[in-house]
Ligand binder design. Structure first.
Ligand SMILES: [Zn+2]
Length: 133
């Protein structure tokens, strides 16, 4: 799988997240997407934003317009995102700094002897990572 193929798959899943958000009464707007690695940006070095494989989304409660800025506010969306594909990663799972409005794709994909192997970082496998740490 090339990076370009991953980018295309990532874009294909984002509308499903948008539609799900609408269904549960949440409006989404776009936050940061691409971060140019040659300039000083606010994302961590090596971030999936640099690979065009991450999208930050701003969430608002449709009924009141309230800005949902806590990681926990994004949990339902994050769980849905992770259900779409093993490579869908929700930033609310990050260990060091929880990043609830961060949705990315491709983390966990590694190459072993020329084959793509997926080690998804979802709620289920997070327990395994904890046990292995
Ligand atoms: Zn992000």
């Amino acid at each position: 799988m090339t990076v370009r193929e991953l980018q295309s798959m990532f874009l294909g899943y984002l509308p499903l997240l948008y539609q799900y958000a609408e269904k549960i009464g949440i409006e989404l707007t776009l936050g940061d997407a691409y971060a140019d690695p040659t300039i000083n940006h606010k994302h961590r070095k090596g971030s999936y934003h640099e690979k065009r494989l991450a999208q930050d989304l701003n969430a608002f409660l449709k009924s009141t317009g309230k800005y949902l800025n806590k990681t926990s506010d994004h949990e339902q969306l994050g769980i849905f995102w992770e259900s779409l594909h093993p490579l869908c990663v929700w930033g609310g799972r990050f260990k060091r700094i929880k990043d609830g409005n961060h949705y990315s794709f491709g983390e966990g994909l590694i190459r072993i002897r020329g084959h793509n192997v997926i080690i998804p970082r979802t709620a289920r496998t997070e327990q395994l990572f904890k046990l292995a740490a």
